[in-house]
Design a protein around this ligand. Structure first.
Ligand code: 13P
Ligand code: SF4
Length: 303
């Protein structure tokens, strides 16, 4: 019978033999992160996708991440580890709806959170991730911003960029939006000494109460570098586990036991094995037109 370590050894051998670069989002499980070439937030993964020397990229994450990798590396094969892994937020707005919004807000820069489909990106001026959004929006020459689809990330930026006018739709991450003020009350009462670190996809009322707000990598780095040793984590609970494993001398508590992205959990170590073996996953195929137009929007962020 195979055990996980044997499967991992085979994956390491096969990825070398078949020239595959494994990119894993930080919400993936530890067994997958251990065999990945790079792990990080959406911003770090798009940078790595652009730079990876291998012929094939295996994206262990959700569909928009694999599409971003394909757009940045059109000559490579890009495989999504589990074809069912999508981000519900990426599908919250159709291209037709966005066109109608653009007709209404004619003077706005259209800013797309990276958690959008490639088709939506073709209609946007610039793409942002939670790690890059603040800096990029500040630098835009336009004063008026149409920010899609996450109104929570958008509101968090708005509060820090008061010189600009923002327009939002009613979109957002169903996983982070479940976190409530009541969760904060309970967690703070249980762990009064702990710092509260949350993702900007959380509701505005939640980010307002946090000691630190940042992307997945931002939260990890903050906890690593802090001289404090107790943290309540307001993002996918995989981060609580990864941080606890990496820093046994510190204590990490989930802000909400419900904060688990089921799409990010779909990929298993056997999916990874099947992908490096050439029998699993889904190869991402996008039209040249979509790739070219969506790339302009992503390139602006990376530049
Ligand atoms: P990060 O860019 O922080 O990884 O966020 C992506 C995401 O989907 C979080 O829910
Ligand atoms: Fe999408 Fe939210 Fe899951 Fe991130 S956590 S992939 S934004 S549903």
């Amino acid at each position: 019978m195979q055990n996980i370590q044997n499967i991992q050894k085979e994956i390491l051998r096969l990825k070398k033999e078949n020239d595959v670069c494994i990119l894993a989002h930080s919400y993936q499980t530890a067994d997958i992160i251990e065999v990945a070439d790079y792990t990080g937030d959406s911003y770090a993964l798009s940078r790595q996708a652009a730079d990876a020397p291998q012929k094939t990229i295996l994206m262990c994450g959700v569909r928009f991440m694999a599409e971003t990798a394909k757009i940045l590396s059109p000559d490579k094969r890009v495989i999504l580890s589990n074809p069912d892994a999508g981000c519900p937020m990426a599908e919250q707005l159709t291209v037709q709806q966005l066109r109608e919004l653009k007709a209404k807000y004619t003077d706005c820069a259209v800013v797309a959170y990276i958690n959008t489909t490639s088709e939506l990106k073709t209609e946007c001026d610039v793409c942002v991730t939670s790690a890059s959004a603040l800096e990029l929006v500040r630098k835009l020459p336009q004063k008026d911003i149409l920010f899609i689809p996450d109104c929570n990330l958008g509101s968090w930026i708005e509060a820090q960029v008061p010189e600009k006018n923002f327009h939002f739709i009613n979109g957002g991450c169903p996983v982070h939006m479940q976190i409530t003020l009541r969760d904060i009350e309970i967690a703070r009462a249980k762990h009064p000494e702990a710092l509260l670190l949350v993702h900007p996809e959380c509701l505005k009322e939640v980010t307002e109460k946090a000691d630190y707000v940042g992307s997945t990598t931002g939260i990890i780095k903050f906890a690593q570098n802090s001289t404090e040793n107790q943290f309540i984590i307001g993002t996918d609970n995989s981060i609580v586990q990864h941080l606890q494993l990496a820093h046994p001398d510190k204590n990490f508590y989930p802000l909400s036991k419900n904060c688990i992205c089921k799409d990010m959990r779909l990929t298993t170590i056997m999916d990874v094995y099947n992908c490096v073996n050439g029998t699993g996953g889904e190869e991402i195929v996008l039209s040249d037109d979509v790739m070219q137009k969506a790339r302009a929007c992503i390139d602006k962020m990376l530049d």
